[in-house]
Each structure stands twice: as structure tokens, then as C-alpha cells.
Write a protein of this length. Sequence first.
Length: 463
Amino acid sequence: MFHGKVMFTVLSKCKGTRRAGFGSLLLKFILTVQVAVVFSVGAQEAATEVDLTQPLTLEQCIQMGLEKSTSMRNARLNLAIQELRVKTVRADYFPRVFSTGAYDFSDRIDFGFEPENYDLGLRGQYTIWDNGQREGSFAQAKESLSATESRNEGIKQGVILQITEAYYDVLQFQALVEVSEQNLARALDNTQRTKDFVEAGSLIPADVATAEVQEGNRRLTLLNNQNSLQVAKASLPRLLGLDPGVLITVAADEAYQLYQQRGTIERIQIPVEEAIQIALDNRPEFSETQAQLRSQEWSLTLAKLQRWPRLNADADYNVNLDDYLRERENFSDFRSWSLGVSLNFTLFDGGVLGNRVKELGMQLEQARENASDLERSVALNVRQAYLNLKRSEAAVDIAKTIVTNARLSLEVIQGRFDVDKAILLELLDAQTSYAQALTDEVNTFYDYKIAQTRLQDAMGVLQ
């Protein structure tokens, strides 16, 4: 690699320094003082404590998760790191001051505290112009910070979605356990009544076995739902930044209670095209992508600047502190300053810089292509979430109708069975259908609630 370099320097004369003996003055220690500037980052407001002994609402769980979850803690750290990088780049606009100190002894310099043994100096440096390198680096760092802020907003919405789904899982399995307990109580009553009928001679012992099979199935269903509930209760604390072993309870689901009372749910009132437009206006991925594009554009600009002649202007100021502290007179004799202007340009580098510019240009084109595809991907994501919500709304209506019909059918067959107009198998079949209808009603309702939340997430409005 060949470099051409033109240097123009104006340097003041530095008068020769005098070194005199100290006599009785002994310098025992030479200390180099380094000043560290510590930036306090990631300061957070004191989190509002949540009483874990009380049932938690969804809002309380989301609040706790946003404060304590690993994803949000890492997101805040990433933001703090990027803020430090911006400050680091901005520091290039300020002068730099260096202190130097040294102590030497050798076969030519005896051990001791004579002037020849130590050296202490102070130096300042400031870059006046660097052909736009600082401006480009600072602008790129700010765009990276903007991208990190947008990415953190996406992480926040992702955490809210996960917590909401986990919260609804707990509510869903709580409701399923209640349904299973009701179904088991009904099966136990059947078994006992069947035994009574056998003793009365109305039924045969095989009917007892049939009733006990249904009872066993109900016990197994209850056991499975209880286990799923425990798993769900262990999963939720982890998302909140707590140990999975922490026992928490969730508040009663008012939405499900209203649905049980009224048989109606909230329905989406906007068309899918409007939902897509809301997503295009609110999804944090778009602002993140645009910031990343601008950052890559600055990377390309900085790479191109490397191919042009680089004009640098520097100022230096030096003080020989050790000599001045000994002499204590004529400070100007122990200082020097210089102004320098350098022009550097690369004559030949084997195509390294050119290839780097081409590579960054191709990467920028890839990023632009991905950005153009992002709009299509978001539109598809919203459309799928919208259609899933519509299906869930219809499924809730169907499940409610099935429960009503299954209950009526069970009541009719139960009445017929009580007057010996229906056989046991008919009653058991009706009870099975009713039990399945109750289970499906719970599942479809919470599938609807999760579909509703996922659409909000797809639209970028989940808070």
C-alpha cells in the first residue's frame, strides 16, 4: 500500500529547559492521576410494588413484567449501551487532555530521585477538521439509537402479548377445572344412582360398570386440567421476572362472567383495510427499519470518504510539568504548542476500499428490499390475525348455542330416564355431550380473547 502525504506544521520554538539538582528535595512518589467520567444510565423510577398475596389483574401483571422481565431489562441495557455509544462518538468534538508520568533507572541512570529518574508531562490535543468523519459517525450513532428505541417498543409489545396469553391460559384452565369438577360431580351422582337402581332391580350390574367408566374419564379429565393449570401458573411468574415457584393467583375474569350472563362478546367494528392501515402507521418495525436504513447509508458515506483525500487539522499543547515544578519560573520556557494540517490520500490499496464501498452498497440494497417487503408482511400478518378473530367470534356464538342445546337435551333425557322412558346409555351420552359443550365453550371464549390480543399486537396498538 502506497500513501501520499503532505504535511504543513507551524511550531513555536520551545526553549531549552534547565535541569538542576534538588539538594534536600526528595521526590518519593510520582502519581499519575486519571479522571474517569462515569455516566449514570438506565435510571428507572422506583417500581410500584405489587402485593403477590392478592389476586393479580392483567394490568398488574403487565406492569410487573415490563419492570422485571428479562427481555425488558436487556432492552433497557441495550438502550443504555447505545446512548453511551452516542456520547462516545460525540466526545470526538471535544479536546483531549493527557497526563504522562514515568520513572526510570538503568545501568546508565542510578536508582534515586534525581531529575534524570522521572518525567511528568501534560498534553492537550484537538482535531479541528477531519473531512466530515466525526459528523458522519455521530449521525450514524444517533440513527442506531433511534433504531434501538423502536426495537425496544417492539420488544415491549411482545412482552405484553406473552404475558396476556399466559394470563389467559391461567384463566382458561381455571374455568376448565371448574367445568371438570362439575362433570365429575355429575358422574359420581350417576354412579350412585345407578347402584341404587341395581339394588332396586331396575338396572343390571353391567350398567354400574358403564357409569364407572364415565366417572373414570371425568377424573382423568380433571387431573389433566389441574396439571395444565399448575403449569400455566408456573409459566406466568417467569414472564413477570419471578421464580416459577412463586405462588400467585389471578383475579376473576369479569369479561368471562359477563359473557356467561349475557351470552355476548365485544366484536371488532373496523374493516380489515382500516386495521392494516393502523398497523402501517403504528408498528415499531417500520421506524426501526427506516433508522437502520439511514444508519447503513451513513456507513456507505463514511466508506466513500475513505477514498477521498483526507484533510486533518490538529492542535497540540504540551507542558513539561516536572521541569516547571522544579524551576518555578518562566512558564513559557516549559510549554510548547503546535498546529498541524495534514492531507492524506491512498494511491493504491489493491481495491480494498472500492470493494468495501461495493459491499456496503449491496447490503444497503438488501436492506431496502427487506424494507419494501416489510409492508407486505405486516399486511399479511394483520389480515391473518383479523380473519382468526372473526373465526373465533363465530366459534363463540356456535359454542354458546351448542351448550344451550346440549343442556336442553340433557334435561329432557334426564326426565325420561327418571320415569324409565330412556336407558342409561342415552343419559350418559347426553351428559358426555353436555360436558364436551361446556369444555368447548371455555376453550372458544379464551381462543377469542387471545385472537383479539394478537390482532392488537399485529396492529401495533397493544398496550
